[in-house]
Design a protein around this ligand. Sequence first.
Ligand SMILES: O=C(O)CCC(=O)C(=O)O
Ligand SMILES: [Fe+2]
Length: 142
Amino acid sequence: MALPKMVVKSPETLLRSIHYPPLTGAEEEGAVRAAAHEDINLITLLPAASAPGLQVRDLKGNWHDVSCDLGAIAINSGDMLKEASGGYFPSTTHRVMNPRGAEAKLPRYSMPLFLHACPEVRALGKTYSQKLSGRAPARNRA
Ligand SMILES: O=C(O)CCC(=O)C(=O)O
Ligand SMILES: [Fe+2]
């Protein structure tokens, strides 16, 4: 099934608006706003956040800042796309770093759109619904 058809009217697709409050100054050394992870869905669209901080890791393990220029959209591949493509598209490891200097006093807002496949989409012999069952409750899923 073509990717655009996989996501039409998917009940799992989620637009999340995230507010990262300004730092208090009491954060532990090395603390981050979001630890390195991969999203479980097909692809995630990340319109430019209000402030920098998002980083993606390349296949050699190097981290790269993601632009937050107005109008930019980053697209992360997720675990389900990795499975559906037999690993051709690895899921993007990403994290959100704590800001430094003057930016530490600013909140950060981001609004990722987590595109999920429709329940009937099959990958590796299982439907998307079967793959999701046993995972975190829907409200915690990304
Ligand atoms: O806030 C961001 O820029 C990314 C958030 C994220 O990776 C997530 O919610 O899964
Ligand atoms: Fe994420």
